[in-house]
Design a binder for this molecule. Structure first.
Ligand code: ADP
Length: 240
């Protein structure tokens, strides 16, 4: 088990003074190398749960443990990829990727440069390694952010709707590339989305969340050996 979420509750005070119970007794086990999607309508508490797993926020009650024990704050073991790309605007694409690697592996600067170039090539960005983030499309920026995070060998990657601002074609390309790179790295991914098709295409396990209050309604395991086909969402739709 990489992460265990136990009896987690979270409420927020709203502007009108009401208390909104956003997470209601959430229990969730996340295993090593699993690709989990948190799926549910907007406002059901997906981001809140992801932030608590990341250690960016604390539950009101309950706890989250990783292999090192109770999660009390952010850690380099858990990378976070937001909907808005968090690249350094003053660095080239290559420097953005190498920067994280050099932080993790300061003694291997040459190898870091080579692996950054190799992975940028694998996701079709070899011609953009000397470009700056503002010169890239949204899909390209998100590709760089994912490569940067995965190359650091962060054991757990937390992704909050990273593709939702992108057009359909780009989303599909990035979903396929994400599966490709995830398979090459020994990493666990928790991916938030409100899109059923995206969840079923990507995940081994889909955690379906309910709104008012945010609860886990269902956990659907998907056959790991399945061909990842875009038509394969029917069985989940039946359960909606
Ligand atoms: P989702 O990611 O599923 O769209 P969120 O976790 O972002 O849902 O939000 C769940 C609910 O909690 C929403 O109604 C949101 O407005 C509310 N909420 C989230 N964070 C805060 C906060 N810091 N203060 C007050 N309300 C919040």
């Amino acid at each position: 088990m990489v992460i265990q979420v136990k009896n987690v509750n979270k409420s927020f005070k709203q502007e009108d003074g009401d208390i909104l119970h956003v997470l209601d007794n959430i229990n969730l086990d996340i295993k090593d190398r699993e690709f989990i999607c948190l799926l549910g309508p907007s406002g059901c508490g997906k981001t809140t749960l992801l932030r608590i797993i990341a250690g960016l926020d604390e539950p009101d009650s309950g706890e989250v443990n990783d292999s090192a024990g109770l999660i009390k704050g952010p850690s380099r073991d858990r990378g976070f990829i937001f909907q808005q790309y968090s690249l350094f605007p003053w660095m080239t694409v290559l420097d953005n990727v190498v920067f994280g690697l050099n932080m993790c592996y300061p003694d291997k600067k040459e190898e870091n440069l080579e692996s950054a170039k190799r992975y940028l090539q694998r996701v079709g960005l070899e011609d953009f390694q000397n470009s700056y983030p503002y010169q890239l499309s949204g899909g390209m920026k998100q590709r760089v952010a994912i490569i940067r995070s995965l190359l650091n060998h962060t054991p757990v990657q937390l992704m909050d709707e990273p593709f939702s601002a992108l057009d359909m074609q780009t989303r599909h390309t990035l979903q396929e590339q994400l599966i490709g790179v995830w398979k090459r790295f020994d990493t666990t991914i928790v991916f938030v989305t409100h899109d059923v098709d995206e969840a079923v295409f990507l995940a081994d396990k889909v955690v379906v969340m309910d709104k008012n209050p945010g609860r886990v309604k269902d956990i659907v395991s998907i056959d790991l050996e399945r061909p990842r086909k875009r038509e394969s969402t029917e069985f989940l739709k039946i359960q909606e």
